[in-house]
Design a protein around this ligand. Structure first.
Ligand SMILES: [Ca+2]
Ligand SMILES: [Ca+2]
Length: 445
């Protein structure tokens, strides 16, 4: 007794010359729009080029059980089979026992197995599903689509294996796919560049470079587009008071970029400065961060040590002779040399008043916390008689936050006033020194 089975029927489909249960002809539509599951309407396929131009290599005709759970038959066809040369031509499906089936048309990309993303393998995105295909007579053939041929969606241009815009770059290699919306190789892309020239406190000449970054606790400048995407973050030490460039590739030039000074831990130190972007050229961002732009007031002491000509930092014994210094006067002025009122104080409260000399310091000096950017330091060292023996040749720039290693150099006043003379004769000097006519110990010739 013969038990008709589905598998037997399928096995017989080729060998027994039974008629196909269905024929099908497809059309090729545009890539699926975002979120769409069905391709838009499309014209009939007329030539192999209609497939080649969109990167469709094959169409798999699959017959599934009605519930779509079991694949019963799969037939690969070229996307434009020879039978399609006849405008009414179609391809044959299997011979099926009477029943209801699901037929799927799955496009295969031209460059098949390299397809990305991997979860869809070599297949073009989207599958055309024909539900409820009912075969009533195993000896009859029906044409699927009922005069309206199903449509297979083309792969997306960034996933079709084709150099759509002819620029030599295919899919993921094409900048437009990488940095654009990812939907077209034609998206305009351009290289954008911002020339960043950040300054602090009204372009304060004493607040440039690494020392200013340290003083202000700024690690870098973050440059972001108007959607907040980070475009670049030049180091403060390189950019402050100088120039840094931020370059990126974009399919859509932002209207503006923002520049924010940021601490090492990523905390913004300042408000963001917004700069309009020049879409077809160089955007120059010469932003200045004033003290009012800082989110937290910039308050920090600075420390410094005195160093005397000849290299000694010992105030009591500054040279190779008998000179002893008794006092120093120190004045801290504003960045442009203006006197400050009230005067800056040391951290112990001592005012740095040039009219009120301090005892000769034996260690580095540290100021009170200061809330603004740049200062100049002038110092003089006095003999016990009150004459100036050493003085700063030019004011020394300083900024809050400067480490203690900051040194104020004092040059000897020449010729020395009488009480600043350091020797009468050679024996007053350290060995290998002689006493000069000015009364200064000098290295022996
Ligand atoms: Ca291309
Ligand atoms: Ca492409």
């Amino acid at each position: 007794m013969r038990r008709p089975s589905l598998l037997a029927a399928l096995a017989c489909a080729a060998a027994c010359a039974e008629p196909p249960s269905f024929t099908v002809r497809w059309r090729v539509g545009e890539p699926l729009a975002d979120g769409a599951t069905e391709p838009a309407d499309a014209p009939p396929l007329a030539a192999p080029y209609d497939c080649a131009r969109v990167g469709l290599f094959q169409v798999l005709v699959q017959t599934w059980t009605e519930d779509g759970a079991v694949l019963l038959d799969e037939r690969p066809h070229r996307c434009f089979p020879a039978s399609f040369e006849d405008p009414d031509g179609a391809v044959d499906g299997p011979n099926l026992p009477p029943g209801t089936y699901q037929v799927r048309l799955q496009g295969v990309r031209r460059d098949g197995f390299a397809y990305d993303p991997p979860e869809t393998g070599r297949f073009a995105p989207g599958v055309t599903i024909l539900d409820g295909v009912t075969i009533e007579d195993a000896q009859a053939t029906i044409r699927l689509g009922d005069g309206d041929d199903p449509i297979v969606a083309a792969p997306a241009p960034c996933n079709d294996g084709i150099d759509n815009d002819g620029d030599g770059f295919v899919d993921g290699s094409d900048l437009a796919c990488r940095v654009g919306a990812g939907t077209s190789e034609d998206d305009p892309t351009r290289i954008l560049q911002v020339r960043l020239e950040p300054t602090f406190f009204g372009d304060n000449p004493n607040l440039t470079g690494a020392a200013s970054c340290l003083a202000l606790d700024v690690d870098r400048f973050e440059v972001r587009d108007d959607e907040g995407t980070l475009l670049g973050a030049p180091a403060c030490a390189d950019a402050a008071g100088g120039v840094a460039f931020v370059t990126w590739i974009s399919a859509r030039p932002p209207a503006t970029v923002s520049v924010t000074a940021v601490a090492a831990d990523g905390t913004p130190r300042t408000t963001a400065k917004t700069v309009p972007v020049v879409a077809e050229g160089l955007t120059v961002a010469d932003v200045d961060f004033a003290d009012t732009d800082f989110l937290e007031p910039v308050v920090a002491p600075f420390g410094f040590a005195l160093r005397f000509e000849g290299g000694s930092s010992d105030c009591a014994d500054p040279d190779p002779g008998l000179l002893t210094l008794a006092q120093v006067t120190i004045e801290v002025r504003g960045a442009h040399g203006e006197p400050l009122d009230p005067p800056v104080r040391l951290d112990d409260g001592t005012p740095l008043d040039p009219a009120a000399p301090l005892a000769c310091p034996s260690a580095a000096l540290v100021t009170e916390p200061l809330s603004w950017g740049g200062f100049l330091v002038e110092a003089k060292a006095l003999s016990p008689e009150g004459e100036v023996c050493f003085a700063t040749a030019a004011p020394e720039p300083a900024a809050p936050g400067t480490p203690i290693a900051f040194v104020v150099d004092l040059a000897r006043v020449v010729p020395p006033p009488p009480s600043c003379r350091t020797c009468q004769e050679d024996d007053d000097c350290l060995p290998a020194h002689t006493c000069s006519a000015d009364g200064l110990c000098e290295p022996a010739p």
